[in-house]
Design a protein around this ligand. Sequence first.
Ligand code: GDP
Ligand code: MG
Length: 297
Amino acid sequence: LMGYVGFASLPNQVRTKSVRKGFQFTAMVVGESGLGKSTLINTLFNTQLYPPKEQLPPSAERPQTVAIESISADIEENGVRLKLTVVDTPGFGDFVNNDGSWKPIVENIESRFDSYLEQENRVNRQKIIDNRVHACLYFIQPTGHSLKQIDIEFMRQLHTRVNLIPVIAKADTLTDDEVVEFKARILADIAHHQIQIFQAPTYENEDEESLAEAEEIASKIPFAVVGSNQLVKIPDGRDVRGRAYPWGVVEVDNEDHCDFVKLRQMLVRTYMEELREYTNDVLYENWRTDKLLSMGV
Ligand code: GDP
Ligand code: MG
């Protein structure tokens, strides 16, 4: 079932809450332009959230600062409604001097916390709109070396405010061995800099199957992803989403080819509700405490 996104499992992910209102989920994408962010979002949600780009003429003026742009779509699957918002950050990492590129992004995340706090403080709290960012996909350039200064700086500044999910962009440009080594170096950098990335939570009374699933997903971080919304024919006659090369097709939905399926499981099928809960219970609470302390409350 290729077009199936999988958030229809949300009512099962949510054990207690009412599901009739539908769900709000906000994902942010960060990374240099051209790393495949828009393509991956379209691939994940099987939509044309981002229409094909018109090519800018070389003379066109390019912005000199990081912009924050958000797009929303209502998608429905098996009777479950999801209001998806994607926050894009064009310009990040694209300048000669990228010092402080993370600042407008932190400010955006915190202003969404502010808006939530303001709604909580209202007399009528029935209709709170949750525009907080529930996950941030951070796209790492597939250099095969290690993290760059800008990657480390960004993650260090953001990890206490948002669920970070690092991905290796355009993994089809690396060999399998290069991916393995690159992942090891990235994880070593992340550990060395004490960066906290989102981990699928496990519970004491969890069944073996769920534990195994959580471990499987964790073992793939940082997810080596390939995005494509093009159908290509493979030798057995099937049409699959993939990228065609002279030597063969890299299939998006084939777990032997890349980690797209595991990323989708993390973000959509299994842990979407956990991402929302962690945002509310830990990230937002910590921000709120910091804020109240800084105000001398
Ligand atoms: P963005 O600027 O990060 O949003 O990148 P886009 O999604 O616009 O993609 C930039 C270019 O990279 C386009 O030509 C895409 O077709 C191509 N692209 C996107 N994803 C992949 C991928 O996984 N592998 C490869 N090789 N190219 C990709
Ligand atoms: Mg884009």
